[in-house]
Design a protein around this ligand. Structure first.
Ligand code: HEC
Ligand code: HEC
Length: 295
């Protein structure tokens, strides 16, 4: 039932719509003013926005277009502008890294930050396949996080290793020294290899017969000290590993040690000097040096 007049509700004092359902009246409360004004402002705002900015899609001549807006804004331009700014800023820092002696770079936090980030990225691209993504190494590929170094752990040692590689024939300045193949090249007999292996193991807490160890020690003194040193602590100028630090490149079980002595190992690392920009090699050396084992 609808009446013509719009009566006032006696409880709230508000006009009703006049609708009446079995005695229930619908109030006609006006919208709050603040709400109405915001509503009108948004309408005006949206019209302005449609004119200025890209807004409406439309279909024309078989493809989709959109209204471009009179100020010609596109997000793509905005992003590429930002990227150009970042690249220009970076190019500047990279130039500074290239121009600064490698030992000085760590004194400049801003350069160091970029160098380490770039070094890390270059490591992931070039080195991780052999050394592991965390530089943790694996059998035959040294861990670069520890302070156990084959060829030295100063920044410049590392830079040399990375630049020229290890036993990498294509580079004249590559790191050269090689462990002889004592059994294959008949420099030692099989039982001598066995004795000297027991001696090496005994230096690492392995238990064997005193007489065998004494024979092994004699073999070691004659054949091994020239590279590994009388104390068996190795020699970084020769890439000869420390044999008593319980860190093994090829394994510290008896079979692995016997194999190392019998056949040599001759691990190969490519040289990067000719392949990567010198500033990248620098960044790599700084990154590797920063991993925790740097000297
Ligand atoms: C093809 C595999 C391979 C790749 C790729 C490789 N390395 Fe190596 N790297 C080796 C091997 C093998 C050795 C150990 C060689 C040896 O027995 O002396 C080594 C040794 C090193 C050493 C010397 C460690 C020490 O104890 O003195 C450093 C530093 C090093 N690598 C850094 C890098 C960096 C940085 C990259 C990337 C630019 C890289 N390597 C890429 C195989 C690789
Ligand atoms: C001409 C130098 C040289 C001589 C001599 C030499 N070594 Fe080595 N040795 C090396 C080098 C370099 C390595 C690193 C492995 C490689 O060849 O890439 C090595 C590696 C080893 C390893 C493996 C270490 C590991 O971490 O897995 C053992 C074990 C070893 N040598 C024992 C001996 C014994 C025992 C002798 C004497 C019978 C000997 N070496 C003589 C240079 C030498």
């Amino acid at each position: 039932m609808v009446s013509d007049k719009r009566p006032t509700d006696s409880v709230t004092g508000t006009e009703t719509t006049g609708h009446d359902w079995d005695g229930i009246h619908e109030l006609d409360t006006p919208l709050p003013k603040w709400w109405l004004y915001i509503f009108y402002i948004s309408i005006v705002w949206s019209i302005g926005y449609w004119i200025l900015m890209p807004a409406w899609p439309y279909f024309w001549a078989g493809t989709w277009h959109y209204t471009q807006g009179v100020i010609g804004y596109t997000q793509r331009d905005a992003v590429s502008g930002e990227l150009q700014k970042v690249a220009a800023g970076r190019a500047d820092v990279v130039k500074q890294i290239a121009a600064t002696p490698i030992d000085e770079i760590s004194k400049n936090d801003a350069l160091m930050e970029v160098a380490l980030a770039s070094g890390k990225a270059a490591f992931g691209d070039n080195c991780a396949p052999c050394h592991g993504s965390g530089a943790q190494g694996s059998k035959g590929f040294p861990n670069l996080n520890d302070d156990d170094w084959l060829w030295g752990g100063t920044i410049s040692d590392i830079e040399t290793t990375v630049t020229h590689g290890i036993r990498w024939d294509a580079d004249d300045d590559t790191r050269q020294n090689l462990m002889p193949r004592f059994l294959d090249d008949e420099m030692l007999k099989r039982d001598q290899v066995s004795d000297v292996a027991d001696y090496v193991l005994s230096l690492n807490g392995g238990k064997s017969d005193a007489a065998i160890v004494a024979r092994g020690a004699a073999v070691f003194a004659q054949n091994c000290v020239s590279c590994h040193g009388a104390d068996a602590k190795g020699d970084q100028t020769l890439g000869a590993p420390n044999l008593i630090d319980a860190i093994w490149l090829y394994g510290g079980d008896r079979a692995s040690v016997v194999q190392s002595i019998s056949h040599g190992r001759g691990g190969v690392m490519p040289s990067w000097g000719g392949r990567l920009e010198s500033v990248t090699v620098k960044e790599l050396a700084l990154y590797v040096h920063s991993l925790g084992g740097g000297k």
